[in-house]
Design a protein around this ligand. Structure first.
Ligand code: KIV
Ligand code: NA
Length: 265
């Protein structure tokens, strides 16, 4: 099976919804790949994999290492890697240096970056130079200090207008798709209607052209559960039960049993 391409994803505007999940590791990528159109190596790995308090301390080295693992573990989905905080905001040139390193070191097809009107010139700079960009508007976690938290966005007319303008600007700049995170339904609807590329929602209602979740959240593997997450499995429960049984069997010497023991010839 051939890997999905950026133009193929762009062509899905208004069509069959795009299925996207985060992946950070090779085994998870292998398991998600057959079912997903897009695997996102999200900077949410800062909290999910490294226990960091936010995405702000995530480094380009971390994104490159995990991005390469996810590309090695997939062959069907389009792989997109998040640009971490501090690696792209200063200038289009800084963004190009970081994005080209990500593509060269990981084999991913494109990058994602947070921001609207302010980042549009950078998105135009990268796309003109052959680097596909997925934009990210609405609740942008790298701006948590400026936003004052992770609450839903778009409840005031001012905020609604600004976020619609952001989505329009990034699409006009050449973004091949836009993540809309944590926006109230009328705003998700407005963004999806306004921009010509696919809008992929997270906490953004079913009106979008696709959906993304953090895999660990929907699998019940991560303790934090925002309202917009649906739990499709209880992996934490499964692991807890398995490890409790292992611990019991080690303590009672039931493990290893005869099947796990090397016998002499
Ligand atoms: O880092 C991430 O996981 C993301 C998605 C939630 C869109 O940016
Ligand atoms: Na992210």
């Amino acid at each position: 099976m051939k890997r999905l391409t950026v133009p193929a994803v762009r062509a899905r505007k208004g069509g069959e919804p795009l299925v996207m999940l985060t992946a950070y590791t090779v085994r998870m990528a292998q398991l998600l790949d057959p079912h997903c159109d897009i695997l996102l190596v999200g900077d949410s790995l800062g909290q999910v994999i490294y226990g960091l308090p936010s995405t702000l301390p995530v480094s380009l080295d971390m994104m490159c290492a995990h991005g390469a693992a996810v590309v090695r573990g997939s062959y069907h989905a389009l792989v997109i890697v998040d640009m971490p905080f501090g690696s792209y905001e200063a200038s289009p040139e800084q963004a190009f240096a970081s994005a080209s390193r990500i593509l060269a070191e990981t084999g991913a097809a494109g990058v994602k970056l947070e921001g609207g009107e302010t980042m549009a010139p950078t998105i135009a700079f990268l796309t003109a130079r052959g680097i596909p960009v997925m934009a990210h508007v609405g609740l942008t976690p790298q701006s948590v200090n400026a936003l004052g938290g992770y609450g839903a966005r778009g409840r005031s007319n001012e905020e609604h207008s600004q976020i619609v303008a952001d989505a329009r600007a990034v699409a006009a700049a050449g973004a091949f798709s836009v993540v809309a995170e944590g926006v109230i339904e009328p705003l998700a609807r407005a963004i999806t209607a306004e921009v010509s590329c696919p809008v992929i929602g997270i906490g953004a209602s079913p009106v979008c052209d696709g959906q993304v979740l953090v895999a660990e959240d929907m699998l019940g593997l991560f303790e934090r559960t925002p309202r917009f997450v649906k739990r499709y499995a209880d992996m934490a429960g499964l692991i807890g039960n398995a490890v409790a049984t292992y611990a019991d069997e080690v303590r009672s010497r039931a493990f290893p049993g005869s099947e796990q023991v090397y016998a002499p010839k």
